[in-house]
Write a protein that binds this ligand. Sequence first.
Ligand code: ZN
Length: 173
Amino acid sequence: MSKVEHTTIRNNSLFCLNCGGNHPLNMPVAINEMTKKIDAFNVLHKDCAKTWTEPKADQSKSVTEKAMWWIGNGHVGMSSKTMWNYFIGNKDFPINHPYDPDDFSRCWELLEAVPEWKERVPELATLSKEWKALSENWEKLTQMYEQNKKENWVNSKKVGMYEFMQNLLGYGS
Ligand SMILES: [Zn+2]
C-alpha cells in the first residue's frame, strides 16, 4: 500500500486534505477491504490540486448554530466530541479525554469554532480526574499548542507538550 500524505480518515470517511474529497467508510470495515479502498482513493487523489483548507465557523451565528456546524463539518474526535456533548447539554455520553497533542488539536479547533465555550472549560473538571487535570492546565496547553502550530512543530520536543500531557494524565515518569 503506497502512502499518500494527504489521505486521512476523518469522521468515518476517507478524506483528501488536498481537495477535500471524501469516501464514506461503513464502519466496521475489514482490514483488507479498508486497504483496497485506501489504495483506490489514493489513485483517485494522486494528482488533485490543493484547493481545500480547514473550514471555519461563521462567527456571526449563534452558539448552537456554530456547535451544530462543527459536529457536521469540523474534525470530530472522541475527546472533542466529549466536550461538545457536555457543552451542548447532553446527558449520558461517552467520556473520553485527549491523550496527546493531536487529540488536543481537535479540542482546540472546537473552541475556535465556538469561542463562547472557552470560559466553560473549567466545568470539564467534573467529567473525570483526567479532565480535571487537563482543564486546570488548559491555558498552558493552549499556549504550548499554539506555539507548536505557529512553529510547524519544529521545536515540539523543546516545548514538551506531549510529556506535559503524559504527566498531567499520570503516565509520566
Ligand atoms: Zn484529492
